[in-house]
Design a binder for this molecule. Structure first.
Ligand code: GTP
Ligand code: MG
Length: 203
């Protein structure tokens, strides 16, 4: 099973702009610059599908991508939607724009009836910040299934990685099984994440 095709569908800041599709959705949530757009590109094996940048604040709207999944050698296919969200905690964004972030992201996370899974991304190098803890708790409190992804795993040695992963789990109050380390450079963790994506496509 694999994602065999992926394309850009639509951008939105309001509910009436969401694409009129009924495929299951997976949303990507996390701080600005944590690697949300890069993870979408990595899973879809298409660099440049979602625009990425070294400067935080690149993604400013909800961006919907269509992924076509091949489930088996018999070539059964399913479609699903990957939803790239703007990052939170962007230091240079003013208070007004931070509030704005909360409003339309929360609206989407609360109102989408097709949302099956949320990837909460945390930079593996740093302990979760207050905004990460608040975001994760909010998702759990709203009953959304959350998978934690520790990004940029290539930046740490193997032994450092284990230490940081357990620190992230402790801070979030999550179990070690709830977290997957990923690198969009090395492809580490990608197979495990793809498995989850394919499970959602089967729903
Ligand atoms: P916003 O759209 O601003 O919220 O950011 P984002 O979370 O979408 O981050 P994006 O994917 O644009 O990546 C931010 C920066 O991190 C870029 O310079 C990426 O090249 C880099 N990056 C992303 N993933 C990885 C990774 O796995 N390893 C390394 N070393 N760099 C990464
Ligand atoms: Mg982005």
């Amino acid at each position: 099973p694999d994602i065999i095709q992926a394309d850009y569908l639509a951008s939105a800041v309001r509910q009436d702009q969401y694409p009129a599709i009924d495929w299951p959705e997976i949303a990507f949530v996390g701080r600005s610059n944590v690697g949300k757009s890069s993870l979408i590109n990595s899973l879809c094996r298409r660099n440049g599908l979602a625009r990425t940048s070294g400067t935080p604040g690149k993604t400013q709207t909800l961006n919907f991508y269509r992924a076509l999944v091949r489930l088996n050698p018999e070539d059964d296919r399913r479609e699903l939607c990957l939803v790239d969200l703007p990052g939170y905690g962007y230091a240079r964004a003013g208070q007004a724009s931070k509030k704005q972030w909360g409003k339309f992201i929360e609206e989407y996370l609360k109102k989408s009836t097709r949302l099956k899974l949320v990837f909460q991304l945390i930079d593996i190098r740093h302990p979760p910040m207050d905004s990460d803890i608040a975001s994760y708790s909010w998702l759990v409190a709203h009953g959304l299934p959350v998978q934690i992804v520790a990004t940029k795993a290539d930046k740490l040695s193997r032994s450092q990685m284990q230490k940081h992963l357990s620190q992230i789990c402790d801070s979030l109050g999550a179990a070690p099984a709830d977290i997957i380390a990923h690198s969009s450079l090395s492809g580490a963790g990608k197979a495990e994440l793809l498995k989850l994506v394919i499970e959602v496509a089967k729903e």
